[in-house]
Every structure is written in C-alpha cells, then in structure tokens.
Design a protein around this ligand. Sequence first.
Ligand code: SF4
Length: 121
Amino acid sequence: MEEEAYELIKRAGEKGILQSELWKILKTNSREGSRIAARLEKKGQIRREKVLYKGRWTYKLIPIKTETKEVQWTTLNGCPCFTCPNIRECKLGSAITPANCKELTNWILKLIKKNSNEINQ
Ligand code: SF4
C-alpha cells in the first residue's frame, strides 16, 4: 500500500494531495494512512505540509523531486575507447589502463566542462 500511496502522491505533483483524500482513495483509515505517510517522509520521498482545509488543520502530502538525469547513448559520443586500438589490452592493473589514459581523461574533462557550461546557461 505504501508504493501505491507514493505513486498517487507523485501523480498529484507539486500541488500535492490532502492526506484525507489519499486515505479515501486507498480505502484505509487515518491511523494506517498516517503511518504510511510517516514512512514515506522518513525515506525522503515526500514532505508533509500543514494546511488549513475547511476550517481544520490537516496535512498535504507532496512528493520530493528526485530528478535524475537520464543517461543517453549520445553522452558517449566521442569516447576514445570505442575506436581505441588498445581496447583489448586495456584493463586495470595492466600497463595500458583507463586509470592513466590521457585520451580518456581529456574526453571526460571535456564532457564535464560541456555539462557545467550547459548547467550555468
Ligand atoms: S581507456 Fe584509453 S587506452 Fe583504454 S580503451 Fe579507452 S582510450 Fe584506449
């Protein structure tokens, strides 16, 4: 029921959902519902915001954004390993290793610089 509650809260988005509404949808009582909300809050998945609704204080449940940038294949464009003649010999502990490869290091540094420029724009 916890996962179902979290999905419903996520679907409500930024505006959140009143806990009483959620308990109705989940067909549970406020005692069990409050336990679920407390667990989700403890896990850092939601936050509870105290709101006045129809003259009574209650809580609105709001999802906490956990945006993760999706990794795409285009991120690997230009990676020197794909065309490297040494790829079969390259491994940790070997003379040819990613740990001291200038080409790989330069490519990663360029990628970091490009991403930080995009973030700052
Ligand atoms: S880390 Fe360097 S040496 Fe190893 S496969 Fe990639 S480009 Fe080649």
